[in-house]
Ligand binder design. Structure first.
Ligand code: AMP
Length: 189
């Protein structure tokens, strides 16, 4: 089973991803986590990505393709499937994912949209900054990340809707309730 978690920054994708992966033995593929790790390790790739991430913009598709392919190859045989979190983020990346999955003969079973109103996101991000200390969790960078989301990522809602893969979940509910709503979708697959 392969899933995509879609939603704006601060929608709760990371939180939901962790419990879903535990419950359904999925591999959590978070491009944001992988990139932050590269930055911490000060790899060449991390050095290239850092300033772009600090601005809240999208790192190049070449970098994303490289990390995704490596991560999938390393984890393919270990899990029941992948949960994609923070990827794809644009139409081009959705095409990239289709091609990668095609090569290994698997497909996306569901795309879960965590729907959260923009007004709630800022408060959540400020709270996360206090808890996790992420450098890109501040008001200016959030604005740019939201712009990127609305212009580049949101069109994917339509794309996956047309493919009849999209399920919308109210991401403003309590974490546990959102979790149960997603579990119900998963169990119906
Ligand atoms: P996230 O943790 O998913 O919010 O990602 C943090 C930052 O990493 C983003 O603001 C981007 O700069 C970069 N990033 C993460 N995933 C991607 C992606 N799929 N494509 C391009 N940039 C990404």
């Amino acid at each position: 089973m392969n899933l995509i978690l879609l939603g704006p920054p601060g929608a709760g994708k990371g939180t939901q991803a962790k419990s879903l992966c535990d419950k359904f033995n999925l591999c959590h593929l978070s491009t944001g986590d992988i990139l932050r790790n590269e930055v911490t390790e000060q790899t060449d790739l991390g050095k290239q990505a850092k300033s772009i991430m600090d601005k809240g913009e999208l790192v190049s598709n070449n970098i994303i393709l490289e990390i995704i392919k490596k991560f999938i190859n390393e984890n393919l045989s270990k899990y029941q499937g992948f949960l994609f979190d923070g990827f794809p983020r644009s139409a081009e990346q959705a095409d990239m994912l289709d091609a990668i999955l095609n090569d290994i003969n698997v497909s996306i079973n569901k795309v879960i949209l965590l729907d959260v109103d923009q007004s709630i996101l800022l408060n959540r991000i400020i709270k996360r900054k206090k808890e996790e200390g992420r450098k890109d969790d501040n008001e200016d960078v959030l604005k740019s990340r939201l712009d990127v989301y609305f212009t580049q990522t949101q069109p994917l809602i339509d794309y996956y809707s047309k493919l009849k893969l999209l399920e919308k979940v109210d991401g403003t509910k309590e974490i546990i309730q959102v979790n149960q709503d997603i579990n119900m979708i998963m169990e119906a697959i």
